[in-house]
Design a protein around this ligand. Structure first.
Ligand code: COA
Length: 272
């Protein structure tokens, strides 16, 4: 357990959990939390066996977004300070999106602004049915910035994205699941178990394959089919080299011996 001022990090073999830890402020992200999140990602990245990172909140909130007082009101009169303060946030948002391990938002309560954004930046998300999401920026006179509009446009259908951007209305975890902002919404009492189940499906996979699967997904969203196929082929060669052809020499050998069925689960790693 690594305890930073505003964030706790647990690393347990291939699993890591980041707990946003300002429950008295609904886990609003102040400048210290932005620095701590960069440090947390550093720590997890250097423990290089981590395959899945869960991000969640302590208490009844995931995150109420940017700390409106410490990030916006306090540094407002000093443009350089204002810029530097918020740059630290933009850094870890982008790192989270491009993180080599699989990222999972476990949304346990309020997820406004930056909290909504973090949900959208993660690869996967599980929410409590009663979680409350919102892009409240329009309610105080700006539009969702710093990647929050990106999170909406890349995780919601167009009409829903525009609706929530333009109205500032909230949506529940159940609605978020219906629109695709999260993979699944479950009763609050089941949130830990369901997140553990999903993480369990990730952590027995080959870590190189997980990383390349994410890279291929991201890149192919921007490619036409011929370019996507060329890219896949090149990445398969990269995968073969980096994993010593484990997919052939271990996984498909087990299939050949009829000792496992690829359609139903992961092969036994570490077995010849
Ligand atoms: N920035 C700074 N402080 C925040 C905050 C934020 N984004 N969100 C909550 N807090 C603080 C509150 O000011 C309050 O602090 P206090 O105890 O010193 O008065 C504390 O957290 C508890 O919040 P409170 O408003 O009393 O809880 P609530 O359950 O009545 O309402 C929210 C919770 C999240 C609906 C409400 O706090 C809110 O609207 N927050 C702002 C959400 C937002 O617009 N985020 C987008 C930022 S980009």
């Amino acid at each position: 357990m690594i305890a930073l001022d505003t964030v706790k990090v647990e690393i347990d073999g291939p699993r890591a959990t980041i707990h946003l830890n300002r429950p008295d402020k609904k886990n609003a992200m102040n400048p210290q939390m932005h620095r701590d999140m960069n440090a947390a990602l550093d720590a997890i990245e250097s423990a290089d066996e981590v395959k899945a990172v869960v991000v969640t909140g302590v208490g009844d909130s995931f995150s109420a977004g940017m700390d409106l007082e410490e990030c916006f009101l306090a540094p407002y009169n000093d443009p350089q300070l204002f810029y530097r303060t918020n740059l630290v946030a933009l850094q870890w948002f982008q790192r989270l999106k491009a993180f080599p391990a699989v990222t999972v938002a476990k949304v346990n309560g309020f997820a406004f602004g930056g909290g909504f954004e973090v949900t959208g930046l993660c690869d996967l998300a599980i929410a409590s049915e009663s979680a409350m999401f919102g892009l409240s920026e329009i309610n105080f006179g700006i539009f969702p910035a710093g990647g929050a509009s990106w999170a909406a446009t890349h995780n919601l259908p167009r009409k829903q994205a525009l609706y929530y951007i333009l109205t500032g209305d909230t949506l529940t975890g159940a609605q978020a699941a219906e629109y695709g902002l999260v993979n699944k919404a479950v009763p609050a009492a089941d949130l830990d178990a369901e997140t553990d189940r999903v993480v369990g499906r990730i952590v027995n996979k080959n870590p190189v394959t997980l990383r390349l699967a994410k890279e291929v997904y991201e890149r192919t969203t921007r490619l036409d089919l011929p370019d996507a196929i060329d890219y896949d082929q090149a990445k398969l060669w990269e995968l073969a080299r980096l994993t010593d052809n484990e997919w052939i020499t271990v996984a498909l050998k087990q299939f050949e011996k009829r000792s496992y069925r690829p359609g139903l689960g992961t092969y036994r790693r570490g077995v010849a």
